[in-house]
Design a protein around this ligand. Sequence first.
Ligand code: DAH
Length: 345
Amino acid sequence: MSLQKFLSSLDELLDDAKQSLDEVGSSEQLENLRVRFVGAKNGAIKAVQKLMGAIESEHRPVAGKRFNEVRDAIQSALDLATERLGGASKAVKDPQMDPTLPGLRPQLGQLHPITQTIEHLKDIMGRLGFSVTEGPEIEDTWHNFVALNIPEDHPARDPLDNFYLAAASKQLQNPTDRDAMLLRSQTSTVQIRVMETQSLPLRIISLGRVYRPDAPDATHFPMFHQMEGLWVDKNVSMAQLKSVLRLFATSYLGSDVKVRFRPSFFPFTEPSVEVDYWWNGNWIEFGGAGMVDPNVFQALNIDPEQWSGFAFGLGVERLCMRRFGIVDIRDLYRSDVRFLRQFAS
Ligand code: DAH
């Protein structure tokens, strides 16, 4: 190809580009022109550039120089037109924007599975006549141990098994001190608070957090929830305790659930049992229960000859996990919404 012919095709291209870009009136047209002139694949500049290979080598420096000038001039004209149209519209510039796609649904929050479980348990127990009470998570040793008949040398009071709180002086308090404070290790504390303040008879449940310094694994977490129950009246019996826990289990887990009571020991109940539910081929321990120990009544100036009662404490996470098919307690507390979203209420 002759140099002359090459240069004149460059001039033609430049004239054409300038004229079209001067007249361009919309972003869409501008985008078409951009593709037509400087498009990386089939743009006119690209096409002219290819012709350069056919030019004799002695003329190539001149051809190349002019080619660069024309290319830059077209680019400037494009920039100018873009500016004149108020910047390329986003829709044209961003090929990922597809206005025909359906919109994104706004995400609604939902209750955490544990909160859902707590609501469900309150509902079932409410139908059995239990009203809901709350107690503080920061407790003193009187409510967490002493009044519950847990003596000073009992292993449950070991500082290694409890979150005792440092006093204002930042010194660890003496755990044998009746006023030493700790994060409650059980909701049984609420039994004491209720019997201190409410008149008998009473029938309450209390659901809330408890704390123990356990290393987290699939079934342990340093914070978990319990449902405490207490029924005090004249002539409350072990038979009633078993009926209530059985009714609760069938309401919550289904009519085919089996319940087993194993003799056990708790300082605040006598006799005491552990409660297992048969579920999906296994016996699973859900908590403890028993008849309120006369020592507990006496610590609160309640006459054990006149009053009797039963109490129970169940693990809320276990109930929740059984029902929702969750196998690792830590998943409940990772705050991963992708996990939690599965358990829509
Ligand atoms: N507080 C006990 C625990 O955390 C559970 C418990 C057992 C509660 C027997 C009770 C009860 O009310 O009667 O292991």
